[in-house]
Design a protein around this ligand. Structure first.
Ligand SMILES: [Ca+2]
Ligand SMILES: [Ca+2]
Length: 208
């Protein structure tokens, strides 16, 4: 093949790219915006930073009352189940604590399943739920799925991380984004600590 022919072939090869660059603006309404995840997406797409180890996206922490310097993530005082950090909730009395993370949901989501590792220590041996850790999904401030809870009754004086039984919940709505919230409500005596790590959120679109 001559040099002239080679140049001609190259020019033809790149030609289609020219003139096909401009894409028309997306006229779709916000309601029809494509979701970030689909029903068959892998579990790591739904809940980011699911093992608490990454700087971003950070888990949002709230405590009432606020205690200066308090962190609901820890890694040096315990051995996390996975990575370098775990959720370390409870550990003090008379406080409400929450950790929240934004979750992506596919259109048509029906059920959500949360799995992970837990380790619960307590000096409270009462047969009553005095200290409680709840798992919920919220759409803004409305609860759209209630996974369940752990309490002092699930704890022991010493603990090791073990996988907890999958927590399955039915969704009452399927917004593009929801908030997974871990919330600890602690009474004023007999301290309980809830250590949680290596979470995984699965979403299915079939009815339960
Ligand atoms: Ca971790
Ligand atoms: Ca307590």
């Amino acid at each position: 093949m001559s040099l002239r022919k080679l140049v001609l072939v190259a020019a033809i090869a790149v030609a289609p790219a020219c003139g096909s660059v401009a894409a028309s603006p997306d006229a779709a309404s916000p309601d029809a915006a494509p979701r970030d995840v689909k029903c068959d997406s892998t579990s790591d797409k739904f809940l980011p930073n699911a093992s608490f180890d990454l700087a971003t996206p950070a888990w949002k922490q709230e405590t009432t009352p606020v205690v200066a310097g308090q962190s609901l993530l820890c890694g040096s005082s315990i051995t996390p189940a996975d990575g370098t950090l775990a959720a370390c909730m409870g550990g003090r009395d008379g406080q409400i604590q929450s950790l929240s993370q934004t979750v992506a949901l596919p259109a048509g989501a029906k059920t959500v399943t949360l799995t992970g590792q837990k380790c619960i220590t307590t000096v409270d041996t009462d047969a009553v739920d005095n200290d409680v850790l709840e798992f919920e999904l919220l759409e803004a401030t409305t609860v759209i799925a209630t996974f369940g809870q752990f309490s002092n009754q699930d704890g022991a004086r010493d603990c090791q991380f073990t996988a907890f039984s999958p927590l399955v919940a039915t969704l009452t709505d399927d917004p593009p984004e929801a908030t997974l919230r871990l919330r600890a409500t602690l009474n004023t005596l007999k301290t309980t600590s809830f250590f949680i790590d290596a979470l995984k959120l699965d979403v299915t679109c079939a009815a339960p």
